[in-house]
Design a protein. Structure first.
Length: 412
């Protein structure tokens, strides 16, 4: 029987794959204990996760990162340590946990103290400390590459990209298994690093036999993100497209609110004359994501081109839309288009082109029978294939196979 550690650099309620994988691995029957480790800001309280509460003998350890508002001095020291570590890598090639976060040194010590037989690491921040802990304890190492971490866009600078590439180059070949969020990410990691022990697992929701909400007036568009705002997730295209579609079409936004994000959305909406056709909804609980989506007609996945992560990964909202019975309109990123090819549940438009997005919306508004067909296809795909039960069965089977093999492939 094995002692397994599952770790993530996010709070457990912000990282659904980590808790789900912990539960699935427990259910293989190969584990005598599961330790789940997450990191949370010092100004946030821990949120209980149902899927973790169902694991007997669970040891849940929450490490705390200082924040500017609660621990100003420690927060400042952590910033300084991170800068020094990144400078050390830039000029001398030195690789350390502090380059991503000084708290990761604590994570490594905690992992080592558990004396695990297997470590399952989530998010790029955890990969180096998990690798070092696996190396010192002789544990199997599994990494969940939910993103293509070395080209994420946003505020990722060249130094950070180089640090991540160095970590992946060192650690990924040592993993007995690397999980990915799409086939496209798996292919990119294989091409970049030559690794072969790859298992794509879609970011799918639990199977939901019934949907509990009536649809809004025809036609409602729905865009969801962790935080509402303009940027690389393409919300600007949806707002601009509204001016070229029938006035009955409404746009509904859901995610965390920030003053700057809401302000930029409102400013753009007013400038193109669609302010009164946009509704901003309160943030959703992850367990309610499908129910929240089910009241709308069309789910929008609007990622822009130019960032490899957007071209290769698939957001969980894509699969929540399918489970909720929405027709999907997505940009023509390879990974997103591949899901719609498999499901028959939606249409694509040219990424970054609001006029082409408007064309697709108008087509569905005019041809309701096509919308019904796409919606039905999306729901059927989710029920048969795009659900957590199917994907976790794949993980359990792969985990059992690695353990039965006796010695891990490319042992850390």
């Amino acid at each position: 029987m094995m002692r397994v550690c599952v770790c993530t650099s996010y709070p457990a309620d912000r990282e659904p794959r980590g808790p789900r994988h912990a539960r699935a691995i427990w259910e293989t029957g190969f584990c005598s204990s599961v330790t789940f480790i997450d990191l949370r800001p010092s100004n946030q309280t821990r949120v209980d996760i149902d899927v973790l509460q169902g694991i007997p003998e669970l040891n849940w350890i929450s490490l705390v990162n200082p924040t500017r508002s609660t621990h100003r001095i420690n927060w400042g020291l952590a910033k300084l340590q991170k800068w020094l570590a990144r400078s050390g890598h830039k000029y001398f090639g030195v690789l350390s946990n502090a380059a991503l976060s000084p708290a990761l040194r604590t994570l490594q010590r905690v992992l080592e103290s558990q004396k695990p037989n297997a470590i399952v690491a989530h998010n790029i921040d955890t990969l180096l400390p998990a690798y070092l802990a696996a190396k010192s304890t002789g544990a199997h190492l599994i990494f969940d590459s939910m993103e293509f971490h070395s080209d994420m866009g946003d505020d990722q600078d060249l130094v950070m990209m180089d640090v991540i590439k160095s970590i992946e180059r060192l650690c990924l070949p040592a993993c007995c298994m690397v999980l990915t969020s799409s086939v496209q990410v798996a292919e990119a990691l294989n091409t970049t690093y030559g690794i072969t022990n790859l298992l794509p697992l879609d970011n799918v929701p639990k199977l939901q036999p019934t949907l509990g909400r009536d649809k809004r007036d025809w036609l409602s568009l729905y865009w969801r993100n962790s935080t509402i705002g303009l940027g690389q997730r393409g919300l600007e295209e949806a707002i601009r497209a509204l001016q070229w579609v029938p006035k009955a079409v409404s746009l509904h936004l859901q995610g965390r609110h920030t003053p700057s994000g809401i302000a930029e959305v409102n400013t753009l909406a007013q400038s193109v004359g669609v302010f009164d056709r946009i509704a901003i909804h309160p943030p959703y609980r992850p367990e309610d994501a499908v129910k929240e989506a089910s009241q709308f007609h069309i789910g929008l996945c609007l990622e822009r081109a130019g960032i490899r992560n957007h071209e290769l990964t698939v957001s969980n909202k894509m699969f929540d839309y399918h489970m909720a019975g929405l027709a999907v309109i997505s940009s023509d990123m390879p990974s997103l288009a591949d899901v719609l090819r498999r499901s028959g549940g939606g249409l694509t438009y040219r990424a970054g082109d609001p006029a082409d997005l408007a064309r697709v919306i108008c087509g569905l508004h005019k041809d309701k029978s096509n919308y019904v067909r796409l919606s039905s296809n999306a729901r059927q795909f989710a029920v048969e294939f795009g659900n957590l039960e199917v994907e976790m069965a794949k993980l359990k089977s792969a985990f059992r196979e690695k353990i039965r093999s006796g010695s891990p492939v490319n042992h850390a």
